[in-house]
Design a binder for this molecule. Structure first.
Ligand SMILES: NC(=O)c1ccc[n+]([C@@H]2O[C@H](COP(=O)([O-])OP(=O)(O)OC[C@H]3O[C@@H](n4cnc5c(N)ncnc54)[C@H](OP(=O)(O)O)[C@@H]3O)[C@@H](O)[C@H]2O)c1
Length: 306
């Protein structure tokens, strides 16, 4: 019975069908030492890409690098440190990439966390907004020159269906909603709004930006939950959730599939286009959040490439 239920759910998961090789291409994946990021890194390494694992835990990242090399026979795997709780760290990471890389063909904005509480970072930003939105916003802006130089190139943002629960306060993006899940949802809406602006401002450059919803996936995303929440998550995970490899399919599809070369500003789930919330499609809201995000990260004129 249980096997039947699992089989039924699995039959509805999308799968990336592209055999596209990525030899000569450079990919950056944030949060690549675990869960969806790691599964994406393994797939893109199998396709022959140079894969840069952008991670805050170097020990875990180096262990992942060894595992990827062992599994894929691709030795072109690089680890660089970045901690999204620090905007200085994001700027340092970008400097390293500019010093060492000629090109960036695919940027996968995957790193993210839930249940981070209501602290402010040393940059004075709400920790969840910074880790899930402001830091990837800054990183993407800093890498746009390399992405444009490498066109056709792609930005893939790992968002979530949870964006539909968002309640953003435009007077204060760092306002902490009473419930953690709303904070998380706000950050995932911001991923879509960033992609909305990128797709419009990058039109004609050969750089695309799209968002994925991976489905519910059994990863370490539950690590900050209370014991009861964690237990509930693990039971659901055992019954219904995807494996990281299954969950990464939509992100991989957006990163490599040939038929998506000119598709930008879209939201995909199960490897097919899906409809995001009305808010996510609101261009005025997207432009306003972009403007507020530029202020929040202190984006300098020489850091703006669009
Ligand atoms: N799992 C799901 O059901 C689900 C559903 C929808 C969307 N998503 C999204 O999928 C993405 C990947 O999450 P996951 O489920 O694979 O969870 P995960 O296994 O916890 O992976 C998250 C990755 O992000 C990294 N990260 C967290 N905080 C960071 C920071 N301050 N600086 C740099 N890296 C940081 C983690 O690094 P550490 O290992 O050092 O913590 C880890 O590598 C997230 O954006 C999440 O919102 C997940």
């Amino acid at each position: 019975m249980l096997t039947g239920v699992k089989k039924y759910y699995r039959s509805s998961y999308g799968k990336c069908r592209s055999n596209k090789k990525l030899i000569g291409k450079t990919v950056i994946i944030t949060g690549a030492n675990s869960g969806l990021g790691k599964a994406t890194a393994i797939d893109l390494a199998l396709r022959g890409a140079r894969v840069i694992l952008a991670c805050r835990n170097l020990e875990a990242a180096n262990a992942t690098k060894e595992e990827i090399i062992y599994q894929t026979d691709n030795e072109n795997i690089v680890v660089h440190h970045v901690d999204f709780e620090s905007l200085d760290s994001v700027r340092e990471f970008s400097k390293k990439i500019h010093a060492t890389e000629e090109r960036v063909d695919i940027l996968v904005n995957n790193a993210g966390a839930s249940q981070l509480g209501n602290k402010l970072t040393k940059d004075g930003l709400h920790i969840a907004m910074q880790v899930n939105h402001f830091a990837p916003f800054l990183l993407t802006n800093l890498l746009l020159d390399l992405l444009k130089k490498s066109a056709p190139s792609r930005i893939v943002n790992v968002s979530s269906r949870f964006h539909k629960n968002a309640r953003l306060n435009l007077n204060d993006l760092n306002e902490a909603p009473a419930v953690d899940v709303i904070t998380y949802s706000n950050t995932k809406l911001c991923n879509l709004l960033m992609s909305n602006v990128l797709s419009r401002r990058l039109a004609g450059t050969g750089v695309t930006s799209n968002c994925s919803h991976p489905g519910f996936v059994d990863t370490n995303i539950c690590k900050n939950m209370s014991y009861i929440e964690w237990l509930g998550w693990k039971i659901l995970a055992y019954l219904f959730f995807r494996t990281p490899k299954e969950g990464a399919q939509t992100t991989i599809h957006l990163a490599v599939s040939e038929e998506l070369e000119n598709v930008s500003g879209k939201y995909f789930a199960n490897c097919i286009e899906a409809t995001p919330s009305k808010q996510a499609q609101d261009e005025k809201l997207a432009d306003r959040v972009w403007e507020l995000s530029e202020k929040a990260v202190g984006l300098m004129p020489d850091e703006k490439h669009i």
